[in-house]
Design a protein around this ligand. Sequence first.
Ligand SMILES: [Zn+2]
Length: 123
Amino acid sequence: MEPLSPWQTGFRGRCPRCGEGRLYSGFLKVADGCGYCGLKYGFENAGDGAVPFLILIIGGIGVGLGAWVMLAFATAVWVPILIAVPVVSALTLILLPKTKGLLIALQYVNQASDTGTDSYNEF
Ligand SMILES: [Zn+2]
């Protein structure tokens, strides 16, 4: 069976094998396993791996937005900060679980592990 796209599974917070069960039991807490197909998420090792991506992407958006607002409208320094901080915060809260889920799904699809292949016997 062709594996499901990590964008269709992990990015949506769903099980990387079936795309149905929930990936998280909390905001960023990975569940023990899929409630639909029974896949155990013990292989998951994404940790904080999503954070560097988001720092670079959202940080660039925040700084770019702030600089554009300040230069285009000749505002005081506090105005772009007032605009960029909520935008950066919202984007981080929205994209962090999605990006972490994407990394977990990519790890599953590519069977990537730093603990050898033993943890993939459950696949
Ligand atoms: Zn599943």
